[in-house]
Design a protein around this ligand. Structure first.
Ligand code: GLN
Length: 192
């Protein structure tokens, strides 16, 4: 398969990284778990998985990892899901926290309330192939998008899947459904 040329890292400090690696491998890419900043070298792209963005920040603030990852996000294709999307956002609300700021969006953390901690929704998408199943887990809400942002799916009028150049972000967990279109899209972005 043509994806086999690509080496895609999955940030594996915590959270839902295994299923991302599995999905990327199923699609033919080489998936590498990234636990140290030097493992970013030579990658064609990176997935920043869901988890807890505050915990990610704690791990990243050791040994220059944050700076290396910030550089990587400005240079290469990156796909952030949920906490990964929060880390990539220009503005983080509720409460404000540090982020790479590479993606021109504002996100509100844990925006759907406690009684709605997780949800599975089917929504229209700009991706070919019909409605997209989206699994939300203590999801953020994208509350603002800049002019360079393309919205590929929504929940109640707020974007849930966005693209800006070589950056892709989802507020849901595409690795938890059988639908591989979002990862396939990312691999197409990596191939360009
Ligand atoms: N609520 C988490 C955060 O604020 C994100 C949840 C997730 O990644 N599923 O970082």
């Amino acid at each position: 398969m043509h994806n086999s040329r690509f080496k895609v890292g999955v940030l594996a400090l915590q959270g839902a990284y295994d299923m991302h690696a599995k999905r990327l491998q199923e699609l033919g890419a080489e998936a590498l778990l990234v636990r140290k900043p030097e493992q970013l070298e030579g990658l064609d792209g990176l997935v920043i998985p869901g988890g807890e963005s505050t915990t990610f920040l704690k791990h990243l603030e050791r040994a220059g990892f944050y700076e290396k990852l910030d550089e990587f996000c400005r240079a290469k294709p990156v796909f952030g899901t949920c906490a990964g999307c929060i880390l990539m956002a220009k503005e983080v609300e509720r409460p404000p926290q540090r982020s790479f700021g590479v993606l021109d969006i504002a996100v509100e953390r844990n925006a759907y309330g406690r009684q709605n901690e997780s949800a599975i929704l089917l929504a229209d998408t700009a991706l070919p192939g019909g409605p997209l199943e989206m699994v939300f887990i203590r999801a953020p809400r994208i509350s603002r998008i800049g002019p360079g942002i393309e919205t590929l799916a929504e929940r109640e009028g707020s974007p849930t899947l966005v693209r800006q150049g070589k950056l892709l972000a989802a507020t849901f967990h595409p690795e938890l459904t059988a639908d591989s279109r979002v990862h396939q899209l990312f691999l197409e972005m990596v191939s360009k």
